[in-house]
Design a protein around this ligand. Structure first.
Ligand code: PMT
Length: 402
């Protein structure tokens, strides 16, 4: 997840410095707070004012000074960053970082910063191929510093070969992936269910509901952005498969959803059931299309397995998050579901309200925890609500770990 993350962008003296402006702009567009540190020679290629204008933040140049809080800028800048990018990274900064030399703000900061750190080398091809540079890059790699590029092509010096800084869009994509791995759900396995189930009456008819899958898919996408390994079990919906999933199972009936969830639950840290699972299904679906005959038709329904309740009974179980789709007594009914299914958290949505709940882009809910807290989530997009729900889940996961 890039939104709200702090990225420190180190710019060194190369003709590619102008492309760093594009990196800063791309990250800011995605919601990152970008702070720029420029070396003295970088300032000869692009002015600090350009980065200040693009990022909306003051730019740090070579001076090691004190911030408003009295902290030394190199310590606080490094400590507050979620990711450090050096782009372009000259042979000089790569050598200084590998050798532990700290003779200006950026090189000093690289001694203080801890990974994730990303460098995008840019230099003449013969410089890049020099054994000293290759060794320095290898040294940095072994310390966990990642490299994006360089690419091959025409170089500013007129030669052709490997040494061009990677494309800004590739650097941004790599930064996004690195931020995702270091997100607040990094390493967590989160299973999400989404959409409706369909219970067949005969080969062409079924009982179902109006769930579009939007809420569950938004949660799956947000969890991926925040670094989780996400398993999405989806009922029949017409949404594209989100990218970055660990696994994606599509099912039709409640029984199939039950089996898919149970089959993959081992190792999961959290199960988020946003799916609208049918409580009942026809006990004997007809093998052939039911013919129109009498004025009335009786169908016997049997209870489907309650997936959440079953997982809730396990001694060793993941964090359990349910949804409650209610049309009356929202909090009372949701609390009862939370208690009876032994959930840690329930998202109660009043599906009788227009514009929220089933098949809409927005939702409004009451987030109720087993311990009794109630957090109202006012009407917002499902994608924002997904992050609000995951904020709470991240805290709960943190407290169960410690
Ligand atoms: O898909 P959208 O169009 O975006 O709409 C989102 C939504 C309204 C479907 C979603 O926000 C929602 O409320 N999902 C749960 C709907 C529902 O089935 O609620 P329920 O109160 O019937 O079930 C309570 C919980 O038990 C749910 O988490 C459900 O997934 C789970 N359940 C229900 C039945 C069953 N047999 N097994 C279950 O695990």
């Amino acid at each position: 997840m890039v939104k709200g993350r702090r990225v420190l962008l180190g710019v060194t003296g190369s003709i590619a410095a102008y492309k760093a402006v594009e990196i800063a702009r791309g990250l800011v567009k995605k919601g990152a707070l970008v702070q720029t540190v420029m070396t003295a020679s970088a300032c000869r290629f692009v002015t600090p004012l350009t980065f200040a204008a693009v990022t909306g933040q003051p730019v740090f140049t070579n001076e090691i000074d004190f911030t408003e809080n009295g902290e030394m800028s190199h310590i606080s800048l490094a400590a507050q960053s979620d990711l450090v990018i050096v782009a372009p990274a000259t042979a000089n900064i790569i050598g200084k970082a590998a050798g532990g030399i700290a003779d200006d703000l950026l090189s000093t900061l690289l001694l203080v910063a801890r990974p994730p750190i990303l460098m995008a080398p840019a230099m003449n091809c013969r410089m890049y191929e020099h054994p000293a540079v290759q060794k320095n890059i290898e040294t940095l790699r072994t310390r966990g510093i990642e490299m994006e590029g360089p690419c091959s092509g025409d170089l500013a010096c007129g030669e052709e070969g490997s040494g061009r800084m990677a494309d800004p869009s590739d650097i941004i994509a790599r930064a996004e992936a690195m931020l995702a791995q270091s997100g607040d759900l990094a390493g967590r396995i989160i299973m999400v269910t989404a959409g409706p189930t369909r219970e067949p009456l005969d080969p062409v008819r079924f009982i179902s509901n109006r769930s579009s899958g939007k809420m569950g898919y938004a949660i799956a996408e947000a969890a991926v952005r925040r670094g989780a390994r996400v398993i999405l079990v989806s009922g029949p919906v017409s949404l594209p498969q989100p990218s970055g999933l660990e696994a994606y199972d599509t099912v039709t009936t409640a029984a199939e959803m039950h089996d898919a969830v149970m089959g993959r639950l081992g190792g999961a840290d959290a199960l988020i059931m946003a799916a609208a699972v049918s409580d009942y299904s026809p006990d004997q679906p007809a093998a052939k299309k039911i013919k129109k005959q009498d004025d009335t038709l009786a169908v016997t329904l049997q209870k489907n397995p309650d997936i959440l309740a079953e997982v809730g009974k396990r001694r060793k179980r993941p964090l359990l998050i349910g949804f409650a789709a209610e049309t009356e007594n929202l909090e009372k009914n949701a609390r009862e579901k939370c208690r009876s299914k032994k959930l840690d958290l329930i998202v109660a949505n009043d599906v009788s309200k227009p514009g929220i709940g089933f098949d809409s882009d927005d939702n409004e809910a009451l987030l109720l925890s087993a311990s009794g807290d109630a957090t109202p989530l006012p009407r917002m997009s499902k994608s924002r609500m997904a992050d609000a729900i995951l904020d709470k889940i991240a805290i709960l996961l943190q407290s169960t770990r410690s």
